[in-house]
Structures are given as C-alpha cells and as structure tokens.
Design a protein around this ligand. Structure first.
Ligand SMILES: Cc1ncc(COP(=O)(O)O)c(C=O)c1O
Length: 387
C-alpha cells in the first residue's frame, strides 16, 4: 500500500509501540497511587513530560497531557476566556481546523464574539488585519501554525511580536506542524500550544497542551487533581509514554535533516505530477509550508472519483472536501483562499511521513499519472463531478 495521508493520521512508530506496551500489561499502576507498584507509572509520566518539554523547548511543568488535539484546542480557548472574565472576544483565522472554528462558533451562544481573519490567495493568514481586529475585550488570538490541508505556515512568530505586552493570550494549534518543522515558540510569545500524538507517530487519543508558566489557566475537565489540577482524569499512561517517545524521535528526526529529506521527496512528487498531469496546479504557497504536504487541484477532474480509483490501487491520499451526511462540501480552506467550488472539488492532498520512501514516491507518481489520464479519457473536457 502507498500511504500518502499522514496529515490525517500516522503509523505508530515501532519504537513507540515497544515503549508503551509494558504499561498495559506489567506496569499498570495508577500514577496517583502512593504504593511502590505505582511508582513506575509515575516515573514514566515524569519522563514523558520531560521528553515533550525538550521537544518544545519548554519546562516540564508547562506540559499538560490531554485526550486529543481537539481537547487541547477547546481547553486553550475556554481557559483564556475563563481566566479573563471581562473579556468576551476572540480572534482566529478562516482556515483553522474545526476544533477551533466550530468551538468559537459554539461560544457565540454564550455571548462570545469571534473575528475571523482572512487568508490571501497563498493560504497565508493576512496579519495586517490582526492589529485592526484587536479590542479592549480581546481575550485570545488563536492561529494555527500549519494548515492541515495545504500545509501553509502561519506567521505565528510575527503575531506574537505584535501582541507582546498587550495582555492578550496567543494560542497556536500546532497539531499538524509537529514532527515536520521545529516548534520553537515557547519564549513567552506563545502562551498556549496544542499537539496531537497521532499526527507524529504516537497513537490516537493523546494530546498535549503547552501552558506557559506565567499564564493563568482554568481547567476544561474538572474532577481529580491530575496534571497539577489542570486536566482531571486518570492519566492514560501508555499513551503518555508513547507521546513522550514520539516527541523524542521527532526531535531526533528534525535535528538530523529530516525536514529537508521530506521536502525533497515531496518536491520530487509534486514537480513530476505538475509536469505530467495536464491541468494540475498547486494550491497554497510553494515556499512557506510544511515539507511533507502537497495540495493539488486537477482541472476538470473530480476528487471523489479520483479517490475511488486510487483506492483500487491501494494508494491513499485525501480530498480537501469534508463529507457529511453523504454530501461532499468544498473545503473551507480552499474557499477562504478565493478558489471556486470547482477547483476545491478537484483537489487532493498528499502528505508524506518519515517512513515514506523514494520507491513509494516513484510508484505514487506513476499511479497518479495513470489515474488522472484514465479519468480524463472518460470525461469530455469541461465536465466536472457527477452530472
Ligand atoms: C490542525 C489540526 N488541529 C486539530 C486537529 C484535531 O486533532 P485530534 O484528531 O487529535 O482531535 C487536527 C486533526 O485533524 C488538525 O489537523
């Protein structure tokens, strides 16, 4: 199989599986228990916290383990509002993941207003609008570090500079950036940062929320005193061990030129497709983007039909479209970039990982060229989608 959908989820690294397995079977003590048997679980949590902190250039005390990226994003936004009771305004961008956009929309019912910043044709958040969007009651600016569909990077460091000293929290959803670009935003400019294990070779069901030590934090889940009172619920020790190991491996990968290797594989794939598939165009900035992501539209072709054909070849990528209740709706990211529905519905996302090989890239190119050619031969020019 050719798996080119690593922005959706990743394979758990075998070394991560090895690290977590004993915590299911032999070392299953509850880390909150006082007896000796539980000490290993407690120590494992401490190690994982250190590993994640090192990955982020943070302090261990600033790492909170959560259940997923969605929870981290929701918790960051909720905390910023609760920590500043008089402030009821949020700023975000049009290309955020639904774990931010839908949560902000849901908060409208509680009287919270959200300003949504547009993006330019390259998919980049227009920072010029940020200053104008700020209000005396702005509690939080939340901007994703890398877009999950296009891979385009957001100017989060610039936003941090702009916000410095204004008493407004800055959160970044770094879920799709982890393991692909260095995460060095913990110098105080970014107050809250979200990660999700399954995007960088840890299992599903484990997230991180970085909470800067100078920031007031209000817990999202309330109950037991776990995570220093910041996230109640018995710690998912195997998953936490896993995300610690995955963070260590991701840091090693990036320190050893992994980003450049990913970019060269992606660039080879993309250049060949653009050259050999008539009507193929790239969406989003070619430069300021994740090294593993290629988001392409295929003029006159339908992404859903292409996915069916690719599926038959055991080649897995994804369309930027969200399928809900049987109706495929065009990606909000593509629409925000100013593309029409037709281009949005003809787009596919290809996302590589550190396990992707050159041979797989070559096979993927051949399959894509063949599939696009086959579909085009079946469809007279000018017709898109099911009539
Ligand atoms: C940018 C981004 N944020 C948040 C999430 C949600 O993460 P999780 O699946 O861990 O809830 C995703 C997952 O697709 C994502 O890509």
């Amino acid at each position: 199989m050719l798996y080119f959908d690593n922005n959706a989820t990743t394979r758990v690294d075998p070394a991560v599986v090895d690290a977590m397995l004993p915590f299911f079977s032999e070392k299953y003590g509850n880390p909150s228990a006082g007896y000796r048997f539980a000490r290993e679980s407690r120590a494992a949590l401490d190690t994982a916290r250190e590993q994640v902190a090192a990955f982020l250039g943070a302090e261990a005390s600033e790492i909170v383990f959560t259940g997923c990226g969605t929870e981290s994003n929701n918790a960051a936004i909720a905390s910023a509002l609760r920590a500043q009771p008089g402030k009821r305004h949020l700023v975000t961008s049009a290309v955020e993941h639904s774990a931010v956009l839908k949560y902000c929309a849901a908060l409208a019912g509680e009287g919270v207003e959200t300003t949504v910043l547009p993006v330019d044709g390259d998919g980049r958040i227009a920072l010029e609008g940020l200053e104008a969007a700020l209000r005396p009651d702005t509690a939080l600016v939340t901007l994703m570090l890398a877009n999950n569909e296009t891979g385009v990077l957001s100017p989060v460091a610039e936003a941090a500079e702009l916000l410095r000293g204004r008493g407004i929290f800055l959160h970044t959803d770094a879920v799709n950036a982890a393991g692909k670009v260095p995460l060095s935003f913990t110098d105080g400019g970014v107050h809250l940062l979200s990660l999700s294990g399954h995007k960088f070779h840890a299992p599903k069901g484990i997230g991180i929320l970085y909470v800067n030590r100078h920031v007031r934090f209000h817990p999202f889940l309330v109950g037991g005193g776990q995570e220093g009172g910041r996230r109640a619920g018995t710690e998912a020790v195997p998953n936490i061990v896993a995300i610690g190991k995955a963070a260590e491996l991701a840091a090693d990968f990036l320190a050893n030129g992994g980003g450049a290797r990913l970019a060269s594989l992606r660039d080879r794939f993309e250049a060949e497709i653009l050259a050999r598939v008539p009507g193929a165009v790239r969406n989003g900035s070619a430069v300021r983007r994740l090294p593993n992501t290629s988001h392409l539209s295929f003029e006159g072709l339908d992404a859903g039909e292409m996915l069916l054909l690719l599926d038959q070849k055991d080649f897995y990528c994804s369309s930027g479209s969200a399928c809900s209740t049987g109706k495929v709706s065009p990606s909000h990211v593509m629409l925000a970039m100013g593309h029409g529905e037709e281009r949005a519905r003809s787009s596919l996302r290809f996302s590589l990982s550190r396990f992707t090989t050159e041979a797989e890239v070559d096979q993927a190119i051949a399959i894509m060229v063949g599939a696009a050619g086959k579909l085009r031969s079946l469809r007279p020019p000018g017709l898109v989608g099911g009539a």
